[in-house]
Design a protein. Sequence first.
Length: 455
Amino acid sequence: MRIVVVGDVLLDTDLSGGAGRLSPDAPVPVVDVDAVQRRAGGAGLVARMLQADGHDAVLVTVFGDDDSAALLRAELDGITLVAGPSGAPTPVKTRVRASGQPVVRFDEGCATPPVPGCTADMLAALDGADAIIAADYGRGLLANEELRARLEALVESTPVVWDPHPSGAQPVPGVAAVTPNLGEALRFAEVRGPGTQAAAAAADVLLAAWRSRAVIVTMGEHGALVVASGLLPQVVPAPRVGAADPCGAGDRFASALAAGLAQGFPIDAAAQQATEAAAHFLGSGGVGAMGRRVEDAPRQLPVDGLDALTVAQRTREAGGTVVATGGCFDLLHAGHARTLAAARRLGDCLIVCLNSDESVRGLKGEHRPIIKQEDRAELLSALECVDAVLVFSESTPENAISRLQPDIWVKGGDYAAEDLPEAALVSSWGGRTVTVPYIPARSTTKLAAALARVG
């Protein structure tokens, strides 16, 4: 699809390195920078996300005339640019990370600029889009009257998603959706209070004030609240992720929402797709992972946007203990829940290695599994004690274990070492295999037999 992003761009720079000493001048860490990562921010990040999804991304924006603008253009290579002059310095936001932890951010060229002009080419680029995203970062482009008039003329024929900014312009009437986060929504509507009730009250105010077709308030780990004319407010729950850096989540939400609307999805379905996309984006490493390629990754099913290798890596980097267990989990029962909870208490994360449908058939016969792997994985991930799920196709979990390299491998029941060939594998990197009590009265096989008799 051809999706046009119109809005402000900026240059994001990350400086990363180790910090093993303090400065002699002041009690602050000295960061030995060993990596510099630059990327397009603002509307540029949205366009890059759309391109990564396989869409024809067109970016309508303005650029400064300085060295930072040249760097920013380089980061947008491969994206169709239709741009005019900004008449202002390029905004640059630089973050410093020490041993993976943010230390400081400093901004350059971020003073309020004048409202830039809009060329005829910029206006013409909006025509024929399957969807338009107005990515307002408070730099004035979306306050341009000619641009606003063109957008208002297109809202009846083209879904327009407006991602607002506290210092930006008010959305034009009739857009398909406006997507403030909770803090922004409360500020715009002058509503106070925490949680969903306050979000709903703010959304009602904004729906009337902005005259948009929908207001979607993103609420981080609590999901998104969809308020649209003629519909009851709907809360879209967010998949559980363990992301430390939420940067870019709003951009990912807006990009996926616009893509869903362009495909003809109703607003609630598009919002659900966008919520899942934002969670997956954060769980997969967020902006820091954009452009990185993971070689020779295991065949796995991403659950709640959080893949098993990422969970294991982050846990180790934080000095924690990685715990893993495995099984078919065809009919999740109380015995499973107790075993998994006991396993989780042994460390700082629990990863479940789950037999795929193909693997279960090979082990249990053609009538199994009863529940397909996607649903089994979702049920497991819904448990508070489970941090991630990795699906494997082999008859035994050795390949999955060797990739995860858990510190502790857990089995339920009474086993001797010779009964568990994976025990030697785990010990090869210094890990340990342990068992937790198994509850004989709870059995998937017995439950399946009982269901067969009832049927």
